[in-house]
Design a protein around this ligand. Structure first.
Ligand SMILES: Cc1cc2nc3c(=O)[nH]c(=O)nc-3n(C[C@H](O)[C@H](O)[C@H](O)COP(=O)(O)OP(=O)(O)OC[C@H]3O[C@@H](n4cnc5c(N)ncnc54)[C@H](O)[C@@H]3O)c2cc1C
Length: 461
């Protein structure tokens, strides 16, 4: 087939079938908007062995999309978080996550990424809209529309291209080069200071389902979460000692996995478990670079980025996917009136541009803050100076109430999909946030003398 043949015009084309792309597709279906989605992998749920932690902000939106019941079948809520030094000594034990389900409606849940992607993909109704095994090879725009070409030689035009294509996005550079973008490359704003091996091991005696562990030490360290039945989702972080640009970021082999994991195998996780005991039982272990950065340009006239393509963070705050879900939500909320307005089927140019601008403006500040927070958490674990050192030093003095307060500060501003009802859990989230805000205001302005823990209704837990 000639690449110059235009097969079809779409209102919306999504590039990427990861968490951002699938959230976008699921929400578009709820609005009754026709789309096409391209994913380069043969499957929407490739078995890459990674895991994913979902937090109340992402879960509330997935709940709106009807996926919560299925997610719960594969997860166990996280409860206790132990922070350890490099000798295995306990710096702090926190149970704040354990309060989440009853206070805000959703817990912190870890599961295999493949399972989450499968649940999301199974939620799609419009199977004809999905083109797996198809890579978008180029994207550009005219004043009228965006034009895509794919690895199978198809050329498609769209009123709007949504780049949900990850940190190495092909849409983001096209936006940068658009007339209203800013010249330069992703190297100007995406960089890599850390790498990590992510792995999964079956249950390990001595590690209980619901437990999490962070180890604090320089150079290389460990983060562990648990899932259903005690499955262990673990990460070994490495400080690369220098910062790479996106284009010079290293890639890794299985020999690199082995070297890094062996270097921390002696670290104590519990009095009876060393990291080596977890690593020996691994079913998967993969080393990847951890890029960080926020794109300066999120949209042009007919293109927009969402998820890691727009805001990439290290995984230490378990927020990258949750923010991808949030960004897709805000984008869809802004597009709602454009896509479902009186001129259905045609997107008035100025209205579309205004909606994309509003999306970018409302998301950049929140995501930049979360990218920074995740970075500080990672740097704290790897014994960096500055705010990271401050976080590390205050660990022993932080109470469950302090952690809940910080958690709620982040969760309070999370968006929901407009026009889709909230479940009982979603309503509880809203009530909890409203009450939290009211009590914080009363404490700040009216001299109400209550502790951080008393900001929450945790009685009887
Ligand atoms: C080790 C690790 C652990 C993490 N843990 C967590 C966690 O616990 N909680 C959390 O919230 N976040 C976590 N994250 C972050 C999270 O994985 C990402 O933020 C999230 O997956 C981003 O989703 P996305 O859809 O934007 O991008 P991606 O997941 O990168 O998906 C992009 C998709 O686009 C496809 N694609 C790319 N280019 C093309 C093209 N040209 N044509 C067609 N298809 C294309 C790709 O194949 C891919 O499927 C973690 C990240 C890492 C690295």
């Amino acid at each position: 087939m000639s690449p110059s043949v235009v097969l079809q015009h779409y209102q919306v084309a999504i590039i990427g079938g990861g968490i951002a792309g699938l959230t976008t597709a699921l929400a578009l279906e709820r609005l009754g908007i026709r789309y096409i989605l391209f994913e380069r992998h043969e499957s929407l749920a490739p078995d890459e062995g990674a895991s994913i932690g979902l937090l109340p902000n992402g879960l509330r939106i997935l709940d709106q999309l009807g996926l919560m019941e299925e997610i719960e079948k594969h997860t166990t809520a996280l409860q206790r978080w132990q922070h350890l030094d490099g000798d295995g000594a306990l710096l702090s034990e926190v149970n704040a996550l354990g309060y989440y389900p009853s206070t805000i409606g959703y817990g912190g849940l870890f599961l295999e990424r493949r399972k989450l992607l499968r649940i999301m993909a199974d939620g799609l109704k419009s199977v004809d809209s999905i083109r797996t095994g198809t890579r978008v090879t180029s994207v550009r725009e005219t004043s009228e529309q965006a034009i895509l070409t794919t690895s199978d030689g198809i050329r498609i035009t769209a009123d709007l291209v949504i780049g949900a294509d990850g940190v190495r996005s092909c849409v983001r550079p096209a936006i940068d080069q658009a007339p209203q973008g800013s010249p330069g490359s992703s190297d100007d704003y995406m960089s890599t200071r850390f790498a990590c091996v992510y792995g999964i091991s079956p249950p390990v005696e001595g590690i209980i389902a619901g437990d999490c562990f962070s180890v604090y030490r320089p150079a290389a360290t460990i983060l562990i979460f648990t899932g259903k039945g005690g499955t262990v989702f673990w990460f070994v972080f490495e400080d690369l000692g220098q910062t790479y640009t996106l284009s010079t970021t290293p890639q890794y082999t299985t020999a690199d996995v082995e070297k890094l994991c062996r270097s921390v195998s002696h670290l104590r996780i519990t009095p009876t478990v060393r990291f080596g005991d977890v690593y020996e039982k691994r079913s998967v272990a993969v080393k990847v670079a951890l890029e960080e950065g926020v794109a300066p340009n999120w949209h042009s006239e007919h293109m927009v980025v969402v998820g890691d393509a727009a805001h990439k963070m290290v995984p230490n705050a378990a927020m990258g996917a949750n923010q991808a879900i949030e960004s897709a939500t805000v984008l869809l909320n802004e597009l709602h009136s454009v896509l479902c307005g009186p001129s259905q089927g045609y997107m008035p140019h100025e209205t579309l541009t205004a909606a994309l601008k509003q999306y970018a403006n409302s998301r950049k500040l929140r995501t930049a803050g979360i990218v920074q927070k995740a970075g500080i958490t990672c740097r704290a674990q790897l014994a960096h100076d500055g705010p990271a050192a401050a976080l590390r030093h205050e660990l022993p003095s932080l109470t469950d109430g302090d952690w809940l307060f910080r958690g709620f500060m982040g969760l309070a501003d999370a968006p929901v999909l407009a026009g889709i009802p909230l479940s009982q859990h979603g309503l509880l989230y809203q009530q909890a946030v409203d009450q939290f805000r009211k009590r914080v205001r009363a404490r700040e302005n009216e001299g109400l003398n209550i502790s951080n823990m008393e900001l929450f209704d945790t009685e009887g837990i």
